[in-house]
Ligand binder design. Structure first.
Ligand SMILES: Cc1cc2nc3c(=O)[nH]c(=O)nc-3n(C[C@H](O)[C@H](O)[C@H](O)COP(=O)(O)OP(=O)(O)OC[C@H]3O[C@@H](n4cnc5c(N)ncnc54)[C@H](O)[C@@H]3O)c2cc1C
Ligand code: FES
Length: 273
């Protein structure tokens, strides 16, 4: 499906926000789902690139348009994302999606509070998750505490802090070099918050980031008896569950990240490597 590029803007350094206008028939995405983008019409790069839905604005009487707007937040890391960063408005990009399963919102909304843990570009799907939780709570007249912990190598790797705050989330930052917020890993910060929150209603954890970070979140959740959902990343071929290029081992056998995930219950993933 062709999506119109409305804007493709550098937020800073290697981080961009791509804003797309989708056709009316585009299926409403769930937080955690992703688009599989064909960057060029040529065969290089041959494979599509998976990028999470960072935000989705659905048509309403307020928006004045019948077409949804989808936002994607991405970091330039290689050829595909570099070519994507050169795309200009008034051109189009071909997208499959929304793909994958998304976070289990029912479970999250039943929890006492939510801890959202983002490592690096993990903020991309988690912002849409936080926004959706806030909107669901508002619609039900409820208020659930959302604590967002964002981790990165240094302050230049921390993005979307303000946007999470604007949603009403409590936001804390961890940098490995201490250039902003807590000095250390975001999972250490998570541990210290959970110690303080030990007397309150048990939170549920939602995380996205590098695999080692997610394994650490899963370990913390297991140790403290907390529910945790993690969004995994892997190199993808088809993105549709056909090529088996993205499998991981779980307690239910091999599962495809693109089709059975990318969001998994942390306790079902077998964390090897
Ligand atoms: C479900 C899913 C959702 C994603 N959402 C986002 C997002 O919202 N924003 C974002 O910036 N990135 C996201 N990614 C990662 C993104 O797909 C890769 O960064 C991108 O495909 C790299 O393409 P490239 O051609 O620029 O880099 P390549 O030239 O293919 O690779 C450059 C470097 O990036 C690493 N890399 C490439 N692909 C991946 C991958 N899938 N996982 C881990 N490392 C990789 C390679 O090891 C290499 O070091 C997501 C990945 C998945 C699987
Ligand atoms: S990328 Fe083909 S099965 Fe997942």
């Amino acid at each position: 499906m062709k999506l119109d590029i409305l804007s493709n803007t550098f937020l800073r350094d290697k981080y961009l926000l791509l804003e797309l206008r989708a056709p009316e028939e585009f299926v409403k995405p769930q937080p955690g789902q992703f688009l599989h983008l064909r960057i060029e019409d040529s065969s290089d790069p041959l494979l599509r690139r998976p990028l999470s839905v960072h935000d989705a604005v659905w048509p309403s009487s307020k928006t004045g348009s019948r077409k949804p707007v989808i936002r994607v937040l991405y970091e330039v890391v290689g050829k595909g994302t570099s070519l994507l960063s050169e795309k200009r408005p008034l051109t189009q990009v071909d997208a499959l999606g929304p793909l994958g399963n998304g976070f289990d919102l029912g479970k999250i909304l039943r929890a006492g509070q939510v801890y959202i843990v983002a490592g690096g570009m993990g903020v991309a799907p988690l912002f849409f998750l936080a926004k959706t939780i806030c909107e669901s709570q508002k619609a039900k007249g409820k208020r659930q505490k959302i604590v967002v912990l964002i981790g990165g190598r240094n302050k230049d790797h921390i993005v979307r802090e303000k946007e999470f705050k604007d949603l009403g989330c409590e936001v804390h930052v961890a940098t490995e070099d201490g250039s902003k917020g807590f000095k250390g890993r975001v999972t250490e910060l998570l541990n210290s918050f959970l110690l303080k929150a030990a007397d309150s209603r048990p939170p549920t954890l939602c995380a996205c980031g590098p695999k080692l970070m997610l394994a650490a979140v899963a370990g913390i959740a297991q140790q403290k008896g907390l529910a945790a959902q993690v969004s995994l990343e892997e190199f993808m071929g088809c993105g549709l569950g056909a090529c088996l290029g993205c499998v991981i081992l779980t307690t239910r056998g091999y599962r495809r990240i693109c089709h059975d995930g990318p969001v998994f219950d942390a306790s079902e993933v077998i964390w090897t490597e």
